[in-house]
Design a protein around this ligand. Structure first.
Ligand code: CUK
Ligand code: CUA
Length: 642
């Protein structure tokens, strides 16, 4: 087996070299090769017209979520999630700072990978999009009426929160799976004693159907593998969740000799309904755990952070019949379930073929006890018994698969740098198109649901090389749009992305636009420092603190001349935008304030602090061009000696 492995490693190195050098040098010809004749027409959205789809593209190491229109590829907004954003005051104003609180303190950054849109009855409902923070494990929820991050929950006992954040078909749960196994409980111990002492937590986070509030319902404390990606069952397999694993050797160092010895790793099949029932009857054990739960309230326009103290943990061997391992060839990455819920695609990165498992065969194998031993008391199903079929020699380095809802699957191949279309059931390859270059994820709007909108596929590439104008050593990462409405895929468009586009979630635009919020009602503003009219604006001293209740409306501040502030005071600007109209934010910035500007939506209140160090008269002004008199929207603060 080792020789075989070395062969693949050589192949990988060789072909990644070919991809990076060959395609780059071939220049123009590669660009034209796959391009459809009427591509321009197909992606052209005329000025004033709207795109048909939203694409929510993760920012990877930017920690954010970018919103694009498809098919145009136009960037509409970058929603700040895990990273501070001075443009929107996210993590800078007093209201949103608690959103980035964790058990490790205020963490202004993360690595976001997998957005997934909420579902009802297996179809996208457009209420929320969830996304994982990998580094300091967290799951965030973005409200799609406001396009704001409204909740972030930290995931304890977890590290490298990678197989996240996928939702079940009624959004009963958003699931988070640990990439790294860690000591359980976390403690000072020799790393060489990994095996048996490190555990992998798979967290089932319930989502309240009314207000969407998240709560860790239970964590399953799995053997010390690495849990890479996951997907829920749907249709007949609703109630199950599938996780790809690697390092089933439980090596404490993943140098190839250690972690890729096994011919097969596992897809862990979890009957979460069974575990949920067990937990509802009082099963599991509450263990101490510190994790932050941060909620942003749209009425107070303020976030609160609560530190949780315990979590419910389930030992998988306590619930017989709830968890099985399906062997799947070498180092699977993606673990994708088709719209019917019958097929589970395991993408063995080092395997020669693409393995597809059958859910109904899996159930039969369980019934017949067709086992091939067990791992830590969890039955291992026989490989052949769950096999639906395999796509033979489809490409090199398969990563992820999506579905068009018409019986076809599309898989990305990182090493051979292509998207391959193949047929479910016959496993034959129908078409293949190159990507530029080295594609990771791909996304078909609705591709994670029972009803994909099988019109486009978006490929998200790791390497761009010559595709755009050079911008120094760093080149933008890239997405590519293909038309998949016909038998053959057609490349339509390249567009640059913000950060690393790990994955995306797409949805038909009208599902979201009908509930889109235009402004916040001033009368509903329950911010403790809100004022509802200019007449209520005021300056209040409390010891060394000065609270300025400032209002803004086209095109002035009230009050705009502020006196009585002293050097050494802590000045709070509580700023309310009194406008009640669509698309009229105002901004405010103060000279020397150690924060960002505030960008305040109509009906909203935000706060920044200022600690003047020098006496004098200091100006503040509006930062968002709001009217013809925007430039006149300004004021002064007089600072006197102590
Ligand atoms: S991972 Cu990036 S290519 Cu983090 Cu979803 Cu597969
Ligand atoms: Cu208000 Cu510019």
């Amino acid at each position: 087996m080792k020789t075989m492995f070395k062969y693949f490693i050589t192949l990988m190195v060789l072909s990644s070299w070919l991809v990076s050098c060959g395609d780059m040098n071939s220049g123009k010809s590669s660009k034209q090769g796959a391009l459809s004749g009427n591509a321009a027409e197909k992606v052209y959205v005329a000025p004033g017209e709207h795109d048909e789809f939203y694409a929510f593209v993760s920012g990877g190491f930017s920690g954010q979520l970018a919103v694009y229109g498809l098919p145009s590829g136009r960037l509409f907004k970058v929603i700040p999630v895990f990273s501070v954003d001075a443009e929107k005051a996210w993590g800078f104003n007093e209201e949103t700072k608690p959103m980035l609180n964790t058990s490790h303190g205020f963490i202004p950054w993360d690595d976001s990978h997998h957005p997934d849109i909420s579902q009802t009855a297996g179809e996208l409902d457009g209420r929320w999009v969830f996304i994982n923070g990998n580094n300091t494990p967290r799951i965030a929820k973005i409200d799609l009426t406001t396009f704001e991050t409204t909740e972030i929950i930290e995931v304890p006992n977890s590290a490298g929160n990678h197989s996240s954040s996928f939702v079940t078909e009624n959004t009963e749960y958003v699931v988070a799976g640990t990439r790294f196994s860690v000591p359980y409980p976390q403690r000072d111990m020799p790393i060489s004693e990994y095996k048996g002492n490190f555990k992998g937590a798979l967290s089932f986070i319930s989502v309240d159907p009314e207000d969407g509030r998240m709560d860790i319902k239970f964590q399953i404390m799995m053997p010390g593998f690495d849990y890479d990606l996951s997907h829920p069952g749907r249709g007949d397999s609703h109630g199950w969740f599938f996780f790809s694993t690697y390092n089933t050797e439980e090596a404490n160092s993943l140098l190839e000799v250690n972690a890729s010895q096994n011919d097969k790793d596992f897809i862990a099949a979890i009957n979460w309904k069974k575990i949920e029932a067990y937990v509802n009857e009082g099963g599991g054990k509450k263990v101490p755990a510190n994790y932050a739960h941060n909620v942003y309230d749209d009425n107070t326009h303020t976030a609160t952070s609560t530190m949780k103290k315990e979590v419910l943990v389930v030992d998988p061997t306590e619930v017989p019949g709830a968890i099985y391992f399906m062997p799947t060839p070498k180092s699977p990455h993606g673990c994708d379930v088709d719209p019917s819920g019958e097929y589970i695609v395991g993408s063995g990165k080092l395997a020669a073929e693409l393995t597809v498992h059958s859910f109904s065969k899996m159930l039969k194998a369980i019934e017949n006890k067709d086992f091939d031993g067990d791992a830590y008391g969890i039955p291992i199903l026989s490989y052949e018994a769950t096999l639906a079929g395999a796509v033979k020699q489809p490409g090199l380095g398969p990563l992820h698969t999506e579905f068009d809802g018409k019986g076809n699957a599309y898989t990305t191949f990182f090493i051979s740098s292509e998207v391959v279309k193949w047929k479910l059931g016959t496993w034959e390859v129908i078409d293949r198109k190159p990507t530029y270059y080295s594609v990771g994820h791909l996304m078909i709007p609705g591709g994670n649901s029972r009803k994909p909108f099988g019109k486009y596929v978006l490929a998200m590439n790791k390497i761009t090389k010559d595709r755009y104008l050079p911008t120094g050593p760093e080149v933008t990462q890239s997405a590519q749009l293909y038309d998949i409405s016909g038998e053959k895929m057609e490349l339509l468009l390249d567009f640059p992305t913000v950060g690393e586009p790990h994955y995306a979630a797409g949805i038909r635009a009208d599902i979201i636009t009908e509930n889109s919020k235009k402004f916040f009602k001033l009368e509903d503003n329950e911010h403790p420092y809100a004022v509802k009219s200019e007449a209520e604006s005021k300056v209040v001293r409390e010891g060394n603190e000065v609270h300025i209740y400032l209002t803004m409306i086209r095109s002035h501040f009230a009050p705009d001349n502020i006196e009585g502030v002293q050097v050494g005071d802590k000045v709070y600007f509580h700023v309310t935008n009194l406008e009640q109209d669509y698309d009229v934010p105002h901004g405010v910035a103060m000279i020397g304030a150690n924060t960002s500007e505030l960008l305040i939506m109509p009906g909203q209140t935000e706060t920044f602090t200022w600690e003047p160090k020098q006496e004098g008269v200091w100006p503040f002004y509006c930062t968002d061009f709001c009217s013809a008199l925007h430039q006149e929207m300004q004021g002064y603060v007089r600072v006197s000696p102590k």
